[in-house]
Design a protein around this ligand. Structure first.
Ligand SMILES: [Zn+2]
Length: 100
């Protein structure tokens, strides 16, 4: 299975909403530790070199910039998904370290 961009990202393009970004982030990042070996949304195999699947890699900078547009927009995310979005570390980059 080859990981590719989430269809929702392709169809919404630049008109993507913050709510859509949050949903995509939730679907393409691990909800909790321990981190799975592949993306739950698309099957991308996580590794130190590729800690984000193609969809998460596109969504992350957009959502980091726009998450304040709607108060409470990211409240639905789990603790790990929030940390991966706003923190300096990605749980999927070094799963062994953050799950230890
Ligand atoms: Zn994915």
């Amino acid at each position: 299975m080859t990981a590719r961009l989430d269809r929702r990202l392709l169809t919404s393009g630049m008109g993507v909403t913050v709510a859509q970004l949050v949903t995509l982030w939730a679907d393409h990042t691990p909800a909790r530790l321990p981190v799975p070996v592949i993306c739950p949304g698309c099957g991308h195999p996580y590794s130190e070199k590729a800690p984000l699947c193609p969809t998460a890699a596109v969504v992350r900078p957009l959502l980091r910039r726009r998450r304040h547009e709607i108060p409470g927009a990211i409240d639905a995310l789990t603790t790990n998904q929030l940390a991966d979005l706003t923190g300096n570390r990605l749980s999927t980059a070094l799963p062994a370290e953050v799950t230890r």
